[in-house]
Write a protein that binds this ligand. Structure first.
Ligand SMILES: *Cc1c(COP(=O)(O)O)cnc(C)c1O
Length: 461
């Protein structure tokens, strides 16, 4: 297909071609079904990645587990795996049913990546994987390691640290990616520099500085902070840039979550097959984490898993990229969308072209959440389930209600012949961050959320 260039189109021309873009540009809630997603088998024939890539990433993390266990004692219990629990949230399910006036058939579970060790966000999966892969590559090519079968606790030694101290890691971020890269990088001995956008929270900058990471603040959005970081890094041959917009390694690091999740589902006796559909709702910024997890889950469950990404109404960059099929050729700014959001982890105005083109084959669809809506659920998640999340981590929560209350949601259930199996469904909302937010910051957002009446965000049926 010939890709369209935004410069050829005005907003009105886009809207004429794809009417949903009008609702999106007016900051209305939308639930969008992906019209070009083929079945799983055809999707795999179109791309150059496979289940083998996911397994290799999983094995690399297993090699590093003994090092992680030594370097980060909080991973002692999980034997050096950076993993989170999968919890039942039936109380918040009742509240969702009440507020959105619907019934959610099946189970509702929360994947607790807000509690991931080391970094407290989903970034700990992708970013730490990429940093470790780079460190392994340097150690092998520079002769510190003879083979991948050596004892990886060597990575915690002073000799390795001194070696890595000659090298630099650079990253551009709204904050969370910087924490994961910065903390792991500093532990290995790398000099780390984090370029931050204006959305970055102060406590995130302070935390990084306290770990010896250099923080460069830019008065710009995410896309431009990444650009500047990349330029700086490219000038230095000993510098490695963790590129949130183009990184296959990040995506594969995230994808390992699927294999771990599948073991947790087995342990909880949860079946996923034709008669037991799995729905997963994933907050989406640049697209790497929802994309990687979706890719990994698809390798395991094929057409029986249904993955939807979630974005703020003020940052629908993946939606715009996929609906226009211009991918990273469009940004929220082109659609004159006010790009201010409290969901700072999702504050990405232009999606990743690489992720969007790949995941077009796997995402079932996407939807948006309003500012007040995320803030309301943040407060009520604390009250009802005693779980403290950061705003971005709430984005997926309304997902099941979209499926049940919208015409498109019902259409999706019919098209996939799931009507009679919905009672057997499992819905997983992916909570992506929160445990590292300082109490004072948490209280401010909590209070704001308590003051919100659901009437301000309830969608018209
Ligand atoms: C980065 C992030 C996401 C989204 O991940 P992307 O790879 O940017 O799509 C979601 N939630 C939180 C808390 C994040 O930090």
């Amino acid at each position: 297909m010939v890709e369209k260039l935004l410069s050829d189109y005005t907003i009105n021309q886009w809207i004429e071609e794809k009417p949903i873009l009008k609702s999106i540009s007016q900051l209305e809630n939308v639930f969008w079904l992906n019209p070009v997603k083929p079945d799983f088998e055809s999707a795999m024939n179109r791309i150059h990645l496979s289940a083998k890539d996911v397994r290799e990433a999983e094995q690399r993390l297993e090699r590093f587990a003994p090092f992680i266990k030594v370097a980060f004692p909080e991973t002692e219990e999980s034997n050096g795996l950076i993993e989170s629990s999968l919890d039942d949230i039936s109380r918040i399910k009742k509240e969702l049913e009440l507020i959105y006036d619907t019934k959610i058939p099946g189970k509702l579970l929360l994947k607790r990546d807000d509690t991931l060790p080391i970094a407290g966000t989903i970034k700990a999966r992708g970013a730490i994987y990429e940093v470790l892969k780079h460190a392994e590559h340097l150690a092998l090519t520079e002769g510190l390691l003879d083979s991948i079968h050596e004892d990886y606790t060597l990575f915690a030694s002073e000799a390795f640290k001194a070696f890595f101290n000659q090298y630099k890691l650079v990253v551009g971020t709204t904050g969370n990616l910087g924490i994961s890269v910065g903390v792991m990088g500093a532990k290995l001995g790398f000099k780390a520099t984090v370029h931050m956008s204006h959305d970055a929270k102060n406590w995130k900058k302070e935390l990084l500085a306290s770990r010896g990471v250099e923080v460069i603040e830019h008065p710009t959005n995410f896309t431009m902070a990444v650009e500047r970081g990349r330029n700086q890094s490219n000038e230095d041959p000993r510098s490695y840039f963790v590129d949130d917009e183009h990184s296959l390694d990040l995506l594969l690091g995230y994808s390992v979550a699927a294999r771990r999740l599948s073991k947790q589902l087995d342990t909880q006796n949860i079946i996923v097959d034709e008669e037991h559909p799995l729905f997963v709702y994933l907050p989406c910024g640049i697209g790497g984490s929802p994309g990687g997890i979706t890719f990994g889950l698809k390798q395991l469950y094929g057409d029986h898993v249904h993955c939807f990404f979630a974005e703020p109404t003020h940052m629908p960059s993946m939606l715009l990229g996929l609906i226009t099929q211009a991918y990273d050729g469009v940004s929220v700014i082109d659609f004159e969308i006010n790009d201010k959001t409290i969901m700072d982890g999702l504050a990405v105005p232009r999606t990743s072209g690489f992720v969007a083109r790949l995941l077009e084959n796997f995402f079932s669809g996407g939807f948006t959440i309003q500012e007040e809506e995320a803030n309301y659920w943040l407060a009520h998640m604390m009250d009802i389930e005693d779980i403290a999340l950061e705003p971005a981590a709430l984005a997926g929560l309304p997902g099941p209600t979209y499926l049940m209350t919208t015409r498109q949601g019902q259409e999706y259930i019919k098209q996939n012949q799931l009507e009679t199996f919905m009672e057997n469904a499992t819905h997983i909302v992916w909570a992506t961050g929160g445990s590292m937010v300082p109490e004072s910051d948490r209280q401010v957002v909590y209070k704001a959320g308590k003051a919100i009446e659901p009437e301000v965000f309830i969608r018209k049926k």
